[in-house]
Design a protein. Structure first.
Length: 226
């Protein structure tokens, strides 16, 4: 569902199981292994809701069951989809979304970090492939970014993918701050849909969500206090 205080291209889940898992993920006592599991589970639920509204079922070629009966297969549209995790924390969402999609899906990584003083995004890695007849740009890019804080990183990823040539972008996130979500959603209102498990209202002076989840990348990869 969309919140009245958020743009119409933003959707915040109200699934009770997801909300309970988000509450568990917030806790400082949750182990790294459980953080990984909860990020996967939340991504699976948010992804299921988002893709149910974003992609379509279409009739494919005829096939035959193991009992010899013929049937019409079902596939999805669009056919060309890419997953784009934002390094590092977006890696924790990849397996869940690959599980949902019925066909093998390319994964293209974007490395972005916030400059500590200005909180502005800096791109340090981009492996989006060059366009060719054998490697056309994806019609739909699914951005995986667990936390949308200031919105700068997500907006930069959207801009990069738009310049790459995608027709549509779906952003899947676990949690976001209101102002950051608005910034990301406004980067390309006609081409972007943002789906989240939850929303926080405030940011700290360091650009962290309050109450938030902490640094998801650090919690996933046991680099807290680096």
């Amino acid at each position: 569902m969309s919140s009245p205080s958020l743009p119409p291209n933003v959707h915040v889940s109200s699934h009770p199981c997801l909300l309970a898992k988000l509450s568990q993920l917030r806790s400082k006592t949750t182990s790294a292994r459980d953080v990984e599991r909860l990020i996967h589970d939340i991504s699976l639920i948010v992804g299921c809701e988002a893709l149910g509204e974003t992609i379509s079922a279409v009739t494919g070629p005829s096939d035959e069951t193991s009992l010899g009966f013929s049937y019409e297969t079902t596939t999805i549209s669009p056919e060309t989809i890419s997953l784009v995790p934002i390094l590092r924390s977006g890696l924790g969402m990849v397996d869940a979304i690959k599980t949902l999609l019925p066909n093998p899906t390319p994964v293209h990584h974007l490395g972005l970090y916030r400059e500590p003083t200005t909180l502005q995004p800096v791109e340090y890695y981009n492996n989006l492939p060059q366009h060719s007849s054998a490697n056309p740009v994806s019609s739909l890019a699914i951005v995986l970014d667990p936390v949308i804080a200031t919105g700068g990183t997500c907006a930069a990823a959207i801009q990069t993918l738009r310049e790459w040539g995608v027709e549509r972008i779906v952003v899947l996130a676990v949690l976001g701050a209101v102002d950051g979500i608005r910034k990301a959603a406004g980067e390309w209102p006609g081409g972007v849909q943002i789906w989240l498990a939850g929303v926080d209202g405030e940011l700290t002076d360091r650009g962290m969500l309050k109450p938030g989840l902490g640094d998801v990348g650090d919690r996933l990869f046991l680099t807290i206090g680096k």
